[in-house]
Write a protein that binds this ligand. Structure first.
Ligand code: AMP
Length: 483
């Protein structure tokens, strides 16, 4: 039975950015810059905890990284040679500040701060058990479960306690942690969420994406491996593999939408992957047209790939106002509708009298596509064809991407014909699953026995048990979710 859904209550939606640095006198300032580069991963709140050799210094606030950490007095208070930071995605919860990360705990064996990107799928079950045993929770974030598991573990070293805690959790995660002797970073055994390792002079850096290394001029060393724990102390870097080996299931939606196009994720340029998906789309679902227009900004690389492959001119026929946040994160439907209008405007000279192909990365609820098609028609397009650089989003994500409940996903309710009507386009096509995989360097398409990616939002194939969301009988997990 579906007992609860991650987005029903004030539980957090944890697609976020994390950053850690060890071995530089201005650790907090570096962290603020790193978080600024990861701002696209979460605009609701940001926090930094630094360690100066004696004490942990923390600042957390709602709002953008720049609003909080560009203030010299704030950074000035965050002394330390090591720091971690977090930028958090939006939520509709009303108890916001207490959920802002990194979380900090004064453990019997010393202080520990932790920041999380991802979502735990047995959070409720563990939380119930901990509460029964006397744990007092202060936030609703699932990250706090990890803190309590660490606090009650028996090992003496923090990293051993962290390993003990992680062995009890299910879910998708990249964690960074700060101890009094160093930093730690760890990815879940399937490697669903990203985490990279870099070097800045003598300092080591870990971050959700390489764009956070670039902003500092840090060198990229490598991705933290799925299931790997990297520990940095004054003695240097050590790597541990505390979990049984699992199949690699990196989140394909990072490539489709979430990551910044200038990031290199798991060895693949996000920008190039999006262009290749656009080219696949042109091959699979080409249509006679005069102009290819991206839905900015996330549709731009795919539209370029489409236009190059189709040999049709590319124009910025829709202009985006950059001073408005991502539409999708607005908390109510009413504001979301308003947000779309605030965000985009038609560039009429490149639309009027033309047959237009619009390219966007995804359709979730269908709000954006509907508004954009209407806008392009109002600007005088003679035909409007919508092309989507991902397969239909038919399933909710339980691993950290903020997708709504299944019944709100347009593609879970309608077939292509009905969706075309709904968004008001002359035609609508999505790249196929195999086309997407070909663009990701798998010429055979999706190998269902070993896809190499988590693509549950497109296939319903959930690689990590969804303990909190089913009655535990994993066999009917997907069908339960599909109801
Ligand atoms: P919708 O308007 O609900 O169909 O959402 C689709 C639009 O939101 C597309 O233009 C995407 O670029 C964007 N989008 C897709 N997934 C997400 C997400 N998880 N968070 C924020 N925006 C998203």
């Amino acid at each position: 039975m579906l007992t609860t859904h991650p987005f029903d209550d004030d539980k957090l939606r944890e697609e976020c950015g994390v950053f850690a640095i060890y071995g530089t006198p201005d650790a907090a300032a570096h962290t603020a810059l790193g978080l600024h580069a990861l701002q696209h991963r979460g605009q609701e709140a940001a926090g930094i905890v630094a360690f100066d050799g004696t004490q942990f210094n923390a600042h957390r606030a709602l709002g953008h990284v720049g609003e909080t950490f560009a203030q010299p007095d704030v950074i000035g208070r965050l002394n330390g040679h090591a720091a971690i930071g977090h930028t958090r995605y939006a939520t509709t919860g009303d108890t916001l500040l207490r959920n802002v990360q990194p979380l900090f705990a004064d453990l019997a064996i010393g202080g520990f701060a932790i920041a999380h990107n991802g979502n735990l799928t047995n959070n409720q079950a563990l939380r119930r058990r901990l509460v029964e045993r006397g744990s007092l929770f202060q936030s609703t974030t699932d990250t706090e479960v990890v803190v309590h598991l660490i606090a009650t573990a028996l090992a003496t070293a923090v990293v051993d306690r962290l390993i003990d805690a992680l062995r009890q959790i299910n879910g998708a995660y990249s964690f960074v942690g700060l101890m009094d002797d160093g930093i730690v970073g760890v990815r879940d055994p399937n490697g669903v969420r990203p985490l990279v390792l870099g070097r800045l002079g003598d300092a080591y850096v870990m971050a959700s994406e390489t764009c956070a290394l670039d902003i500092l001029g840090a060198d990229f060393i490598r991705d933290v491996e799925p299931g790997e724990m990297v520990i940095v102390t004054r003695d240097g870097l050590t790597s541990r593999h505390p979990f049984p080996k699992a199949s690699r299931r990196f989140c394909i939606f990072e490539h489709i939408y979430f990551a910044r196009p200038d990031s290199i994720v798991e060895g693949t340029s996000v920008y190039d992957a999006r262009k290749r998906i656009g080219a696949e789309l042109a091959r699979e679902a080409g249509v006679d047209a005069d102009v290819i227009i991206p839905v900015p900004d996330s549709g731009v690389p795919a539209a370029l790939g489409y236009a190059n492959e189709a040999g049709i001119p590319f124009e910025l026929g829709i202009i985006r106002n950059h001073y408005v946040g991502r539409t999708f994160i607005e908390p109510t439907d009413q504001i979301r509708h308003l947000g779309v209008k605030l965000k985009h405007n038609a560039n009429r000279a490149h639309i009027e009298g033309k047959r237009v192909v619009l390219v966007d990365d995804s359709i979730v609820r269908g709000t954006t596509s509907t508004k954009i098609v209407e806008m392009v028609r109002a600007a005088g397009a003679t035909e409007v064809h919508m092309r989507i650089a991902s397969p239909p989003t038919t399933h909710s994500c339980f691993y950290g991407v903020d997708t709504p409940r299944r019944e709100k996903l347009l593609a879970s309710q309608m077939d292509i014909e009905a969706m075309t009507k709904f968004i008001g386009a002359d035609s609508l096509a999505f790249v196929t699953i195999d086309g997407m995989y070909r663009a990701m360097g798998k010429p055979e398409g999706r190998n269902s026995r070993d896809p190499g990616f988590c693509d549950a939002c497109f296939t319903g194939d959930y690689p990590i048990p969804l303990i909190d969301f089913t009655d535990g009988t994993s066999d009917d997990r997907v069908s339960v979710l599909a109801e």
